[in-house]
Design a protein around this ligand. Structure first.
Ligand code: HEM
Length: 128
């Protein structure tokens, strides 16, 4: 079950370093030392918002999937903040894997092509 937290709880949390990225809470205590971008950027944001910094650094899909393993909870929906633009990478990794590819992108293309071909056939039959 997902642990729901308020921003105040994240801020006051003792014993572990938590950061908030896209309304989810991550425990970066163990990861701080190995962060390729350095400890400082994480410590500066400890207990608070790190979404913008995270996106600005242009993290790879690998970094994004690491993130998922550090998740400890989610911010209560009443306190959600959304960045104006989330990257497509982000949306891809945060989507429920079961939802992925259930609806192929070209699901409308096939019927449209059939209708167009049928119309062309009628047109051809009528005029020639
Ligand atoms: C828990 C959250 C984070 C994780 C799991 C993470 C992970 C990583 C990883 C794996 C890299 C190596 C390059 C890549 O694969 O993209 C990286 C690089 C970097 N990260 Fe993070 N990061 C986190 C948070 C942040 C935040 C909040 C900032 C800034 C505010 C930041 C700034 C950077 C920078 C500047 C680099 C580039 C380092 C370089 O190439 O010299 N990261 N991070």
């Amino acid at each position: 079950m997902v642990r729901i937290l308020t921003r105040e709880e994240v801020k006051k949390h003792k014993g572990a370093t938590w950061v908030i990225i896209h309304n989810s809470v991550y425990d970066v205590s163990e990861f701080i030392n190995e962060h390729p971008g350095g400890e400082e950027v994480l410590l500066e944001r400890a207990g608070g918002e790190a979404s913008e910094g995270f996106e600005d650094a242009g993290h790879t899909p690998d970094a994004r999937s690491r993130l998922q393993k550090l998740k400890v909870g989610e911010i209560s929906t009443t306190e959600h903040k959304d960045l104006e633009q989330k990257t497509e990478d982000w949306l891809a990794v945060t989507k429920d894997p079961n939802e992925l590819d259930t609806e192929p992108e070209n699901s409308y293309a096939v019927p449209i092509v059939i209708v167009v071909v049928a119309l062309l056939a009628c047109f051809y039959y009528y005029y020639f």
